[in-house]
Ligand binder design. Structure first.
Ligand code: SF4
Ligand code: SF4
Ligand code: SF4
Length: 183
């Protein structure tokens, strides 16, 4: 049975905090190309077996890790009719992951859901005297699959891109050919 993590979080702490967990598609060549060449045809959304690609800001496809993890199957890149991807890049996304203060362990609640979800065992728990164990992400072992994001009942894992070009992707004024929407 799928756990409703927001309900669980509310039940346990009385509050739900939403953190940013959206990034753009894996193996993109660069942000300029993406904005200029993506036709918003939705082929990547329809072909992603994990159903984690949604329409994001400006109507562009966005991976929403709150819906699940990326298995790096490359279906999105293979079915895209445009020349947007370079799958020879060693990492799909240069991402920075952080555990925020919303983590249950900051409130004295024992939880290790993120560690259980992390296949490469990139999350460990450290102990300090008088406190319950807290999670720590080892970025050198992390594949940026996003599994910990959807598994966290407190929405406490923040995941952001670290390359400048992609962080600025929606700060660039959009050209006249596409209408900017909030949906
Ligand atoms: S690589 Fe596969 S799982 Fe990951 S976003 Fe693309 S289609 Fe989805
Ligand atoms: S398949 Fe390619 S062109 Fe179509 S929406 Fe996805 S990224 Fe854009
Ligand atoms: S994103 Fe990194 S830390 Fe999170 S589950 Fe995947 S490999 Fe583990």
């Amino acid at each position: 049975m799928k756990i409703d993590k927001q309900r669980r979080a509310f039940f346990m702490t009385g509050q739900v905090t939403k953190v940013n967990s959206d990034v753009h598609l894996p193996w993109l060549k660069n942000a300029e190309d993406f904005l200029d060449k993506c036709t918003q045809c939705e082929a990547c959304m329809q072909r992603c077996p994990e159903e984690i690609i949604k329409k994001g800001e400006g109507g562009y496809p966005t991976v929403d890790f709150s819906l699940g993890e990326c298995t790096f199957c490359r279906a999105c890149t293979e079915h895209c009719p445009e020349d947007l991807f370079d799958t020879e890049q060693s990492v799909a996304w240069p991402l920075d992951l952080k555990v925020t203060d919303s983590c249950f362990t900051e409130k004295g609640i024992v939880c290790q859901s993120c560690r259980d979800a992390c296949e490469p065992q990139a999350i460990s728990f450290y102990y300090e005297a008088g406190e319950i164990p807290k999670p720590e992400i080892n970025l050198s072992s992390c594949t940026s699959c996003g599994a910990c994001v959807s598994s966290c009942p407190a929405n406490a894992i923040s995941l952001t891109r670290i390359d400048d070009s992609s962080i600025a992707i929606f700060e660039k004024p959009l050209s006249g050919k596409k209408e900017f929407t909030n949906g």
